[in-house]
Design a protein around this ligand. Structure first.
Ligand code: CA
Length: 429
């Protein structure tokens, strides 16, 4: 169901190149502070500018939607806006787009309003866009689950029996979800490098990235109720890129029998702009065939996978520029976001505005589409070759990892800002 807000013919009075991530068809939401104040607020990215929605609301731009008293944009996070629900999101998006269109004059011809509401991106500070209440990480790429299972259990037992029947996931740590650009300290912890010797304490030696996307829950559900799969899409506000940093050696020793813990909870990087699902509607596509057929509560009509091109760049301290080490796509995911949300709430668990649900590592069918160093180097057996005769099996101090993503439209791109971070040395004292 593609609405008029994704019409390829739309253009803004602001110049936006055809390969720019933030054309008028995208309009992703973020939280920023303009240079003339210290008060963060909600904005929208348009080309190389950021539009101040809090100021526009004060000026009456959303009065037809009765938002002046609600003040959902004069907030340090998107949570209040997300809680308003899908009808409000659609109405706000349409109004923002009307203001930015080349053929409307309300903002285009008002120099005073433009000066107060439109900021060059380079002049503003970006913040974590959402106050993340709960963070859940799924494991929804069949190729990734198969790769990891093959490495640790052999090809015959790669997938556990449950994997094709439900979207496997675990509860992650919300407090360490950080904004792109923030450095990541190599974690310290307990590992057991020698199975015949006692465990040791020290810096993780097997630090990894995980290429993922994530979605934010908008309005949630009451405790004791569930979100049916047929209406799950209405509860999904938008998507970001997610790097679910992982310490494989800490994880490998600690995870039995309750699962990931300190090997995962030290940092999770997200991209700064939340791309609304409305902007991604034209990029729905059929996902992999689900066989065996899922139980009824996980079945719905229509395409629910998304065609979003993903890349991972790695830059070591000796490299002049980043090098692409992985090319993947969200359409490789076996379980869909609506299946994840329906499954998450089927037991009566309440999802809340701002909850982050990540896909799990997105690995494609080819070796250059694997979404982690663990898979790209196959546990270190085949180190990844980099320019300048360098190789990497896992991440070393000073390495910079950049996740990128975009959906290619007809003459325009719906892009995600990068999700990047640099590894700092451990301080295990
Ligand atoms: Ca993960």
């Amino acid at each position: 169901m593609t609405d008029s807000t994704t019409d390829p013919a739309l253009s803004s009075f602001l110049d936006v190149d055809a390969d720019h991530p933030f054309p008028i068809q995208n309009l992703p939401y973020g939280v920023f502070t303009p240079p003339n104040t210290t008060v963060p607020r909600v904005g929208v990215a348009i080309g190389d500018h950021v539009l101040d929605l809090a100021l526009l609301n004060e000026e009456g731009a959303f009065d037809t939607l009765n938002l002046r008293n609600v003040r959902p944009f004069a907030q340090p996070s998107l949570n209040e806006f997300m809680a308003l629900g899908a009808e409000a999101w659609a109405a706000v998006r349409e109004q923002i787009q009307t203001l930015l269109r080349a053929d409307t004059d309300e903002l285009r011809d008002d120099a005073s309003l433009r000066e107060r509401a439109l900021w060059p991106r380079e002049d503003v500070a970006l913040h974590l866009p959402v106050e993340v209440g709960d963070y859940t990480d799924f494991y929804s790429s069949k190729q990734h689950a198969t790769n990891v299972g093959t490495m640790f259990r052999g090809a015959e037992n790669a997938l556990k029996d449950n994997w094709v029947h439900l979207p496997v996931g675990y509860h992650g740590r919300a407090s360490s979800v950080i904004l792109s650009g923030q450095d990541v300290r190599r974690p310290c912890g307990q590992t057991r490098p020698d199975d015949d010797a006692p465990p040791v304490f020290g810096p993780s030696k097997l630090l990894d990235f995980e290429l993922e996307t994530g979605f934010f829950v908008g309005d949630g559900n009451a405790l004791g109720t569930s979100i049916p799969i047929d209406t799950a899409d209405e509860h999904i506000f938008g998507m970001v890129l997610v790097n679910d940093w992982s310490a494989r050696d800490i994880q490998g020793w600690e995870y039995d029998p309750l699962g990931p813990f300190l090997g995962k909870s030290f940092a999770t990087t997200i991209s700064p702009w939340v791309v609304p699902m409305a902007a991604l509607e034209p990029f729905r596509t059929a996902g992999p065939t689900q066989e065996p057929e899922p139980l009824d509560y996980l079945q719905a009509e229509g395409d629910a996978a998304y065609d979003i091109t993903l890349e991972v760049d790695l830059q070591t301290p000796s490299m002049a520029e980043p090098h692409t080490i992985c090319r993947s796509n969200t359409k490789h995911l076996y379980w869909t976001m609506r299946q994840q949300l329906a499954h998450h709430t089927i037991n009566g668990c309440n999802a809340r505005p701002g909850d982050l649900m990540a896909s799990g590592t997105i690995s494609g069918p080819t070796e250059d589409s694997y979404g982690s160093m663990l898979e790209l180097s196959w546990r270190g057996e085949n180190p990844v070759a980099l320019p300048g005769d360098e190789t990497r099996s896992f991440l070393e101090d000073g390495d910079r990892v950049v996740l990128r993503g975009y959906a290619q439209g007809d003459g325009y791109r719906v892009g995600f800002g990068p999700a990047e971070g640099t590894v700092l040395p451990a301080t295990c004292t």
